[in-house]
Design a protein around this ligand. Structure first.
Ligand code: GLC
Ligand code: MG
Length: 514
């Protein structure tokens, strides 16, 4: 929602706004000493600052004080455990079994290198954040090393996955910290000797790939397609003679990967699924997505659905013709890359397939998508969806992609609770409705710049009955400009008659470096 501020005005403001002396710790005194509060927002203490409480019903002061103390204790305990902040609420996000685990290759599957604007990836991101992020798990499985993956993240608007499988299924890493799976490493060490593989590759005069792509359990070269069969035969024979049982994978008509026998994208996924099952959080459904030779194994994992995206490589299409054509859990997509993934969600009936961008009617109101309504307990993920739809509407508004009239603009203003505020990074608090209304004259401002936004790391927590907190990272990108981003937190309250059954109570944004 940096909707309200352009980075330039933000800089200007940072320079000119004296960082409020009033923001230094306010003296605790009640502006309205009341025994019972009729609204969830308590205005007290210094100037305009307020506390938004996590309940929508009246609450007496002593109860509030006690609940604060309890909240603080939980907050401390959770910090000690180094987990996410848990304010004693029940998280809406599924902590148990993900409804869907989507395991996708990156190059030419999630990322279309022929499309500089990344239209289909942004469409996927929009759908994922609105409809899946609250109960599903995103996994990337790539041939790239962590280093080359980091490079790709700078070029393409990729979401942050829950976990990543790198270097053709030889490294499994979890979360933002990219913690490696030690069990997987130990397993791959058995019967593997990287030095021997390197020796035999050199003996055959094969051209090694970049240093970053030679990993503890992966030796990769580039060879001529016409020599592939002969090289693979000789290499596997020689390695066998030296006591190594390896797996050799040929992809893109050029890349040759030598891995431990038990490695590979499919083996890594099977290991992960087994681990999740043992730990009691196996996904209800799994969808694997790929385009080339090193993805073939993914489609062979037991029980998974799969999509071969449009524009796939010959080696995978050939495999599909021979082995996959009659498997109704697999789909060969017409659409390229992330567009093919979205197509498969529909074709394989795996859940919602219309993103807010696709569902927006001419007046900016979201058309309903029955798939989105199915299987959603009331309240679950709705505030999250509201963030994405609001953001998408804002994008369309300043791109001039929705009509410039007050009725349409109401999509934004009608969801703001009276008296709500926006806290700017430099400490100024402003009426939220006014902040939103500031965007009205910006209709069509970015019409020639292909301004695009996407939302990452979105999480929803239920704080109390009918009250939700959503946190997210928002990114903005337009042609010829640097990517900008911010972290945001917002509080929502249930409200009948709004597009997602919730209204905005409070927003706080902090800009971040790209
Ligand atoms: C990626 C990796 C490369 C590998 C190829 C095929 O491009 O960077 O090392 O050979 O995928 O698996
Ligand atoms: Mg690929």
């Amino acid at each position: 929602m940096s909707v309200f501020v352009s980075m330039a005005s933000l800089q200007a403001c940072l320079m000119s706004t004296p960082l409020c002396a009033s923001l230094s710790l306010p003296r605790l005194s009640l502006a309205h000493p009341v025994a019972h509060l009729s609204r969830p927002t308590l205005r007290f203490f210094s100037g305009d600052h307020s506390i938004t409480m996590a309940q929508s019903s009246p609450m007496s002061m002593p109860a509030w004080v006690a609940s604060c103390a309890r909240g603080r204790m939980r907050f401390r305990a959770s910090l000690k455990e180094d987990t996410a902040i848990d304010v004693g609420s029940e998280s809406v996000a599924a902590r148990a079994s993900p409804r869907l685990m989507l395991v996708s290759d990156l190059d030419s599957t999630m990322v279309d290198h022929t499309d500089k604007a990344h239209a289909s990836l942004l469409r996927f991101n929009n759908l994922w954040a609105a409809e899946y992020a609250h109960n599903s798990l995103l996994v990337f499985s790539t041939g790239r090393s962590l280093e080359k993956y980091t490079e790709l993240r700078r070029q393409a608007p990729l979401l942050t996955p829950a976990l990543c499988i790198f270097s053709v299924g030889t490294e499994i890493r979890y979360g933002v910290t990219m913690e490696p799976d030690q069990d997987w490493e130990n397993y791959l060490n058995q019967g593997w000797d990287q030095a021997v593989v390197l020796e035999e590759v050199k003996r055959l005069n094969l051209r090694l790939q970049d240093e970053s792509e030679i990993r503890p359990h992966k030796v990769s070269c580039q060879i001529d397609k016409k020599d592939a069969t002969e090289i693979i035969d000789t290499l596997s024979r020689r390695l066998k003679d030296r006591g190594l049982d390896v797996k050799i994978i040929f992809s893109h008509g050029l890349d040759l990967d030598v891995l431990p026998k038990g490695a590979g994208k499919g083996e890594a996924l099977a290991f992960l699924l087994h681990k999740m099952k043992t730990e009691g959080w196996a996904p209800q459904e799994t969808l694997v997505c790929g385009d080339s030779g090193n993805d073939i194994e993914l489609f062979e994992v037991d029980g998974v659905h799969g999509v071969i995206v449009g524009g796939a490589m010959e080696e995978l299409k050939h495999w599909y013709e021979e082995n996959g054509k009659h498997n109704n859990r697999l789909h060969q997509a017409k659409e390229r890359c992330a567009g093919g993934i979205v197509e498969a969600l529909e074709e394989l009936s795996l859940g919602p397939y219309l993103s807010p961008r696709d569902r927006m009617g001419p007046n900016g109101i979201q058309l309903s998508d029955t798939a989105s309504e199915n299987g959603q307990p009331k309240g679950s993920g709705l505030a999250q969806r509201e963030v994405v739809e609001f953001n998408t509407f804002f994008e369309k508004w300043i791109n001039g992609e929705v009509p410039n009239d007050p009725e349409t603009f109401q999509r934004l203003t009608s969801v703001i609770a009276p008296g709500s505020t926006m806290v700017y990074p430099w400490g100024v608090e402003k009426n939220l409705l006014e902040s939103v209304t500031d965007a009205q004259p910006k209709h069509g401002l970015t019409k020639d710049k292909k301004f695009r936004t996407w939302i990452d790391c979105i999480q929803e927590q239920k704080l109390a009955e009918g009250v939700f907190m959503v946190t997210w990272h928002a990114w903005q990108m337009s042609e010829g400009a640097e990517r900008t981003g911010y972290f945001a937190t917002a509080i929502f309250r249930e409200k009948e008659g709004t597009p997602n059954g919730v209204e905005w109570l409070r927003v706080h944004e902090t800009p971040r470096k790209s």
